[in-house]
Design a protein around this ligand. Structure first.
Ligand code: MTE
Length: 322
């Protein structure tokens, strides 16, 4: 069976699958595969460690430590590389660790498009030129209620955006990630509308906490975690953090992200971690800090980054803008 709810979500909290599917024409079209999307970002709940940990990669040079890191103890390499959401490689938590092993991440280019002066297709090496890599130990909270602490290596997205010279019309940034059916077995399932697309408001993208990630634990980013380039926005649910980015587009209108397209009543544009606004099928008040089996850690507003980010949402109704 493709789907089972996470062990920490009571079955009564989960809509009957058939009723749920009836609500969505898109998912009806791919009934079996849509099962994973039917439980939202929820898929089979492999225990951390049951997949194949990533092989260790090249050590990254000149990585500075960042004052923006949390002092909490990071999860282990094994946990971070065996418990992943990356539906292009399958919907089980250990699928990416199994099926992303041979994924080709070089050469890699990122197309920069839309409302900016420096539209071009950039080689990843050129994007990295002149960037200071930093260790950023961040809290990572998935909408499914599990969480980890991850020692990313990356650099501020703002410093790349500035190089792209966005115009005054650029109000949002849209990220498109790779959809290559020769390498990504999950694409065949039609579980989500591909490619995976995410978006941020310009001020969120420019916020000093928002990073482009190229590494983990001081080494090159493993494939299952989004190699060679992903974004991470630590005050938002994990689905905002697109992996394997191939296009960055500056746009005037708010982009529609993939999970919104799949289930707009469950996944909004903002996706700020908010313990007071429940997911329609489960509470967001607590989380399961892996490898714990218990959902008993209180979730913090904005994932604990409120002092730095709350002002961006002052005056907004966060129930409507979920
Ligand atoms: N990016 C792509 N391209 N495809 C995905 O399926 N899943 C998202 C996000 N980025 C996803 C993605 C979700 S739901 C989560 S919780 C995080 O990646 C998980 O990141 P991690 O596996 O590094 O913990």
């Amino acid at each position: 069976m493709l789907i089972k709810p996470p062990s920490d979500i009571r079955s009564s909290e989960i809509t009957d699958k058939s009723l749920y599917l009836n609500r969505r024409a898109f998912m009806r079209a791919a009934a079996v595969a849509a099962g994973a999307a039917a439980t939202g970002c929820v898929s089979a709940d492999a225990l951390a460690g049951s997949g194949q940990p990533a092989a260790h990669g090249r050590k990254l040079e000149n990585v500075k430590s960042s004052p923006l890191s949390t002092s909490e103890l990071p999860n282990t390499w094994e946990q971070i590389t065996t418990y992943n959401n990356y539906y292009e490689f399958g919907t089980d938590k250990d699928s990416p660790s199994r099926y992303a092993r041979g994924f080709k991440t070089t050469p890699w280019t990122v197309a920069v498009e839309g409302e900016c002066n420096k539209k071009a297709v950039y080689h990843l090496e050129d994007i990295l030129k002149g960037q200071t890599l930093e260790d950023r130990i961040y809290r990572h909270r998935c909408v499914e209620r599990w969480s980890m602490v991850i020692p990313w290596v990356g650099f501020p997205l703002s410093s790349f955006i500035n190089k792209c010279e966005p115009t005054a019309k650029a109000k949002f940034v849209e990220f498109t990630t790779l959809a290559d059916d020769r390498q990504m077995p999950g694409l065949a399932s039609g579980v989500l509308p591909w490619p995976y697309v995410e978006g941020l408001r310009m001020d969120e993208a420019m916020h000093p906490l928002t990073i482009l990630v190229v590494g983990l634990y001081g080494e090159v980013l493993p494939n299952q975690d989004g190699a060679p380039l992903r974004v991470h926005i630590p005050w938002k649910y994990g689905f905002k953090s697109g992996k394997s980015i191939v296009k960055i587009r500056f746009v005037e209108k708010q982009p529609v992200n993939t999970w919104q397209r799949a289930a707009a009543d469950e996944y909004g544009f903002y996706a700020n971690v908010n313990p007071t606004v429940d997911h329609p099928r489960w509470s967001q008040a607590k989380e399961r800090r892996l490898p714990s089996l218990f959902t008993n850690t209180p979730t913090q507003m904005f994932n604990g980054y409120g002092d730095q980010v709350a002002s961006m949402y002052a005056g907004m109704d966060l129930r409507k803008n979920f």
